[in-house]
Ligand binder design. Structure first.
Ligand code: FEO
Length: 398
């Protein structure tokens, strides 16, 4: 059975959602699933904008066939070649062999890499090129590294719709509501949208800023991303979030406590500091056990908050592995402009603070606040006094 959703009289959603996949890109947990969005434009000429992931092939092809209703597919526009959108290109062209593939030169090269040859009918486009489908005029704008180098976006200058590729996407399957204004986005989707953005394209803040600058010159009334809901209302809210995220600025003034603790003593000190912060009026403190929270969530939370407490045990004369992984991932995502406080533990030779500090010093504009609290096995009344001083400093700097 098809499951298509009209967006307008001649723009149809033909994508599908997957709730079975555990790990997106075989690394990111997606308990709320994911959607692979694809759109058909029915004009004098017909166009399909991107395909979908292989996991939803059956639904996708049924949707495309139902939408075209016997018409020929004239154009297949490929904005992004990552297989979660491009896996079905070769199969689609077997079904619609007369379609001309419209894409960038880099994407065409990737098609050859993935499928062994380039499409028979290929139209390469570059910045500012246009394609008329009849009523609609499509304008192509390049968006390299958002999230791969071949990425472009397609702007429908007629209806003012931006087909934004991975940008403005989110984890989360669609559940009957296609539009962001039909769901409680801020409460139910924003955390996943942030985790998606930071982990997938967070490293490429500069390139995202370039895209946002280009977008600011366009009259955009609707954003159709490749994942998650379509935006037709309050676009500035979501564009604003992307602006903050890609500038690496904190979204919230607040504290996130992350501890990597082996037997619970490091955790106890970290949680004592959290309580002392709460007693000083700090609200909405979030605490995470790094051994039990996926690193993609930790990275996302470190991007959200202005102040981060990192508490780690020493392990094999190095950092306890969950903290080591977190710091490596933060560095890989160009995390910066934050205030950090450190707690370390080590029963005979504490090393964790020194090692955390070394990692943090390689990042841009990280302020390490106050004295490090250094515990040997378990915290003592002396540590309680140190944690009180640290809590004062954190609360003051918020
Ligand atoms: Fe959703 Fe970069 O692919």
């Amino acid at each position: 059975m098809h499951n298509i959703q009209p967006i307008s009289s001649d723009l149809i959603y033909v994508g599908a959602s997957d709730r079975r996949l555990a790990l997106f890109e075989n690394i990111y947990p997606i308990p709320r699933g994911i959607s692979y969005n694809s759109y058909v434009m029915l004009d004098e000429k017909t166009a399909l904008l991107d395909t979908a992931d292989a996991s939803v092939a059956e639904q996708f092809f049924e949707n495309v066939a139902a939408t075209l209703a016997g018409r020929t597919l004239d154009y297949l526009i490929i904005n992004h070649m990552e297989p979660d959108h491009a896996a079905l290109i070769a199969s689609l062209l077997l079904r619609y062999p007369s379609a001309t593939v419209v894409t960038t030169a880099k994407a065409a090269q990737m098609m050859e890499q993935f499928f062994g040859n380039k499409p028979a009918q290929l139209q390469l486009v570059k910045e500012g090129d246009t394609l008329s489908l009849g009523r609609h005029t499509l304008v192509f704008t390049m968006a390299p590294m958002v999230h791969w180098p071949e990425v472009m976006m397609t702007y429908d200058a007629t209806d003012k719709t931006l087909f934004s590729a991975d940008a403005f996407g989110t984890f989360g399957a669609l559940s009957g509501n296609l539009y962001a204004d039909e769901v409680n986005f801020e409460q139910e989707w924003l955390d996943d949208a942030r985790r998606y953005f930071i982990n997938i394209v967070g490293k490429y803040g500069l390139q995202v800023q370039n895209v946002l600058k280009k977008a600011a010159t366009l009259d955009i009334r609707m954003i159709c991303p490749l994942h998650g809901p379509v935006w037709r209302d309050n676009l500035t809210f979501f564009i604003g979030k992307h602006d903050i995220w890609s500038r690496y600025e904190p979204e919230d003034k607040g504290v996130v406590v992350i501890y990597a603790s082996i037997y619970g003593h490091t955790e106890a000190a970290a949680m004592r500091l959290a309580t002392l912060l709460g007693q000083r009026g700090v609200k909405d403190i979030k605490a995470y056990d790094a051994s039990h929270t996926h690193v993609s969530t930790l990275v996302s939370e470190c991007f959200r908050a202005s102040h981060i407490v990192l508490a780690s045990a020493t392990y094999n004369n190095g950092l306890f592995t969950p903290m080591e992984n977190l710091l490596a991932d933060l560095k890989a995502h160009c995390w910066q402009q934050r205030t950090v406080a450190l707690i370390e533990n080590g029963s005979w030779a504490p090393q964790a603070a020194k090692l955390m500090r070394t990692e943090l010093e390689q990042m841009k504009d990280i302020t390490i606040l106050g004295e490090t609290t250094s515990i040997k096995s378990a915290a003592t009344p002396e540590h309680e006094a140190q944690l009180n001083i640290l809590a004062d400093e954190i609360a003051k700097s918020l």
